[in-house]
Write a protein that binds this ligand. Sequence first.
Ligand code: PLP
Length: 490
Amino acid sequence: MTIGSTSTPEGWAEGMCADEFRETSARVADWIADYRSRVADFPVTPDVKPGEIAALLPSTAPEQPESMDAILADLEDTILPGLTHWSHPGFMAYFASSASAPGILAEFVAAALNVNAMLWRTSPAATELELRVVDWICNFVGLPDTFSGVILDTASTSTFTALTAARHKAVPAVRERGLAGRAELGPLTVYISEHAHSSQDRAVIAAGIGLDHLRHVPADKDHAVRPDELARLIQADREAGCIPVMVSGTIGTTSSTAVDPCQELAAICEQEDIWFHVDAAYAGPAASLPELRQEFLGWERADSIVLNPHKWMFTPMDCSILVYRNPAAIRAAMALTPEYLASDFEAPDLMDYGLALGRRFRALKLWFIFRHFGAEGLRRRFRYHIGLAQELVSWLETDPRFELVGRARFATVCLTAVPPAGEDPYEWNRRLMAAVNGHREVLLSHTVLDGRYVIRVSIGNESVRKETVRRAYELLCDEHDQMCAKGIEA
Ligand code: PLP
């Protein structure tokens, strides 16, 4: 017996039949292949003003069905001109996020399968593949096999989730009694570097801890957090009756890719019995390179670690790995099974490892990517990017117009231009980056470190090549020289 009929209920417009789907998806695949080969020909950023794209879109959804031809034409004519092309080789802003071919194909398949691995039984293969590829990643980056975990959407969600586990460990009965109105509890405190990513501040807001109780621990001249300052702050907080909940160290900070001393942070956390989280959202995949392992010393002592394949591992958004040394800790904090989700199987239900019940089949893209590139192919690409970053460093080092800021230990280079005497370096660099980005050939982003406006060149895109990095350098040089000739114009 077969269940289901392909006939359309009366009154409905015809849906997409199998033949039409086959034909249209082949056209979409062609479109994607073309997009990938012409992406470098687009300006990396669009020339649009806020609201311009919205003005081209109808204010309500169409009442009647429209053809795929019309939809694809609008994709090309209306949407594409309003995009920043993250897969453009010249995209060197923030941290790269590039969609490799196997990742794109896996997303296509995942959408078609549309499984929801909330419980083991709602898709056994999706659950088991997810746990297996997370094990692959742990092994790839050299973490002990005691670590295991799940795939979430972003590092922001991962850090928040880790914080709920930390809070559960630190605060008795927090699941049942919450935090409010408990006179016996002092304020909960969380410790991060002054250079930590703002996702940690958000996690503190969302977990009900409050920004007033988030300690931004001072960093040293290399922008790495100071363990002595951390110990001092914890001590002072304990004396004031606070409950330290979590210390978070970063390997590869957003501004300068600085590395916090995780050995020392781990030792403090062990001594004080505080949850130790490591944010390696950007740099994590680079731990697969034996020559960079020293940057990661101590992370194996963390209670939880986040790393993002959707940054430097050619995985389309979204894909963030959150692993625990003891995954029972997050189950203790979050697991909850209403009757309608109860199951008789002795198997892990991934809904118990975070806030979300429903979950996308993200494991598929990591599986495709690992198998398509191979671990060695991934390492080769990381090394290529690091090599390009070192070339850029060598050009800047010998160029008196620029100063390097921090050490480019991964594939992100931070620099400032040296303005002529009398010019404000902050304003000079701000204008310089705007002028470079104004060409729309490359996209750089900035940060502020020690009060200085710093330009970041982040190399990590799958399609980036030496010519693009050289072009970014030339644009910096040319614009700097022109500004010197003209001075900063209002
Ligand atoms: N942590 C670090 C070090 C980051 O650089 C970023 C983003 O760039 C994040 C966390 C947040 O990442 P996500 O966008 O996945 O939440």
